[in-house]
Ligand binder design. Structure first.
Ligand code: SAH
Ligand code: SF4
Length: 403
């Protein structure tokens, strides 16, 4: 077993050794530049190999060391003994009438996560998953209702970007770039899978990998404050925060992690992260899922204006996407526009996320994959609703009998 002792000298490794041997090959797909450099150092190779490998893997889509023609035969043999390049497996692809694509990606036997590609003119946004399910249980999110199995590895997270590129461009260097933006807004809470999510974000932005600008890679969090603090100095990825309510009472109900890290603490963590970025013009995106009769009144819009007063931000309204037995409703278009208008008149840049891929269940909050739930939350949820349904059936029977 070879472990490194030098990784602490390198940025972004978080002191994690790259561990491998002939029986336990390391998957190079999931190694960031500093970790790959670390790996080459351990096997006695020069640091410039790092750039070569990153390009072969992420820009040319090569998974077989034998095809890496600028490496010596001896190095290719050595690599194939100690390492592999293994992307996750796509098991199905659905294409929406609006061009949105959804892939189900197999990560362990019995578990699938979902990845969504949303084309919009020149822009192509890839929404990637970071966990199999989610341990947090936001009341309006269908991923949360699936329970949780495990964190994805970095290879499985960045592998979704790799798979999308393979599917969309076949890694053809002449092809127009298909994935122009990456958002960590799929299944899971990325900051509860910190190392792997940050590594995947950094790889998306690495010039020898996907080379996306930091404004085009966004990590969305429900507000895991200690992890937001830890991000400082480790990444400069764009930040989106799922707020959904402007007071703690309502946010506790919608986003239970708020009980641990209430709004004032969350806003402070946002400020500290944004202040740590050298470019002072960058702002956080505040996500606000709008639910009919829950958080969509004029008064709540004004409360939001007030609470965000000292937070340079843009606001992204997401009209609630329904899923079976969610218990919430999408707001009317009029209500959404009115809510947007109040924020807009208060001086905010406000966008309303259009629902894409609705016909293939690829919209925000509709991603469920297939989660071998370890938390039993899904079972409890199903049981609760079958009881409610039974009650409802009894009421219907009773009413029919009366008529
Ligand atoms: N866990 C992270 C990222 C994944 S969720 C987070 O919570 O931020 C991505 C976004 O989709 C979040 O803003 C989330 O609140 C939103 N979302 C979840 N369920 C939704 C639904 N049913 N309709 C609309 N948006 C939803
Ligand atoms: Fe998890 Fe995000 Fe869904 Fe909340 S909204 S349950 S944090 S995936």
């Amino acid at each position: 077993m070879v472990t490194t002792t030098s990784s602490t000298k390198l940025p972004n490794t978080a002191g994690r050794p790259v561990v491998f041997d002939a029986d336990n090959k390391v998957n190079l797909l999931g190694l960031t530049r500093p970790r790959l450099r670390d790996f080459f150092q351990q096997i006695g190779e020069k640091p410039f190999r790092t750039d070569q490998l990153l390009k072969w893997i992420h820009q040319r889509g090569v998974t077989n060391f034998d095809d890496m023609t600028d490496l010596s035969k001896a190095l290719r043999v050595k690599l194939s003994q100690l390492a592999e390049i293994t992307p996750p497996e796509v098991v199905s692809e659905h294409i929406s009438t609006d061009g949105t694509r959804k892939w189900a990606v197999k990560v362990t036997s019995g578990s699938l996560v979902e990845t969504v590609f949303i084309p919009d003119g020149e822009r192509g946004t890839l929404c990637i998953s970071s966990q199999v399910g989610c341990t947090l249980d936001c009341s309006f999110c269908s991923t949360g209702k699936q329970g949780f199995q495990r964190d994805l590895t970095c290879a499985e997270i960045i592998g979704q970007v790799w798979l999308a590129n393979r599917s969309l461009t076949k890694f053809d260097p002449q092809a127009r770039r298909a994935v122009t933006n990456v958002v960590m807004m799929g299944m899971g809470e990325p900051l509860l899978n910190f190392d792997n999510a940050i590594d995947a974000a950094n790889l998306s932005m690495d010039d020898c990998a996907y080379g996306l600008s930091k404004r085009r890679v966004t990590l969305s969090t429900s507000g895991v404050v200690p992890a937001m603090k830890k991000m400082i100095g480790m990444t400069d990825v764009s930040l989106a925060v799922s707020l959904h309510a402007a007071n703690n009472e309502l946010r506790n109900e919608l986003v239970p992690i708020n009980k641990k890290y209430p709004i004032a603490v969350l806003l402070e963590a946002i400020k500290n992260y944004m202040d740590s970025l050298p470019d002072r013009r960058r702002v956080v995106t505040i996500e606000y899922t709008l639910m009919d009769g829950v958080n969509d009144s004029d008064e709540q819009a004004r409360e939001l204006v007030d609470v965000l007063r000292d937070t340079p931000c843009k606001i992204n309204i997401i009209p609630f996407n329904p899923f079976p037995q969610s218990g919430y409703k999408k707001p009317s278009r009029r209500r959404t526009e009115r809510f947007q208008d109040i924020l807009f008149k208060a001086g905010y840049i406000v966008t309303v996320r259009t629902t894409r891929g609705d016909d293939i269940d690829a919209a925000c909050g509709q991603l469920v994959g297939q989660v071998k739930d370890k938390t039993k939350r899904n079972e409890r949820y199903q049981q609760k609703y079958s009881e409610i349904n039974k009650d409802a059936e009894q009421v219907v029977r009773f009413v029919s009998a009366q008529q």
